[in-house]
Design a protein around this ligand. Sequence first.
Ligand SMILES: [Zn+2]
Length: 190
Amino acid sequence: MSTTPTTPATPTPPTSPTTPTPPATPTPPATPTPPTSPAVPAGACCRDCAVAGARTLDTEPAARRLQVRRPEDAVGVVAPLLAQRDREHCALLALDRKHRRLALLIVSVGTADHTFMRPREIYRDALLAGASAVVVAHNHPSGDCTPSADDRQVTRRIAEGGELLGVELLDHLVVGDAHQWTSLARLGVC
Ligand SMILES: [Zn+2]
């Protein structure tokens, strides 16, 4: 226990009554705030998903865009987007007729173990991107990239939906982490 007497706080000098308060500068209404640090809007799960809906459109000339010839090509872009998530995310890689990348986006977000990949949402975004083919992917927060029975079943449903719409499902990837993934196409499911 301290016996040092407490120093009384320095009194705040009174505001001079003769000093006028400067008027507040009005904010120009037409100047938008630069999106340097986007906040997470309601309904978005994380910052990455919040950035323009986690949507990246490829604006490169066609010849320079990523062309998906094998699962590894798609893994290279979707695994960094999906790895280390604590909830399941469904990503869509929209491709043109030559399987060149048109867009990469997060379609939906699930809970830790909830199925959330619905053909309706996948093909809505695919058609909006003008896709002729797609690769879908989702992550397993556990890190185990073994596809579940539900993953196989939903893959078939997504493939069937794509057939009706004329959008080919090239693959469904299950991402455990950046180095652990499974291609359902290689397993013969789609
Ligand atoms: Zn799964």
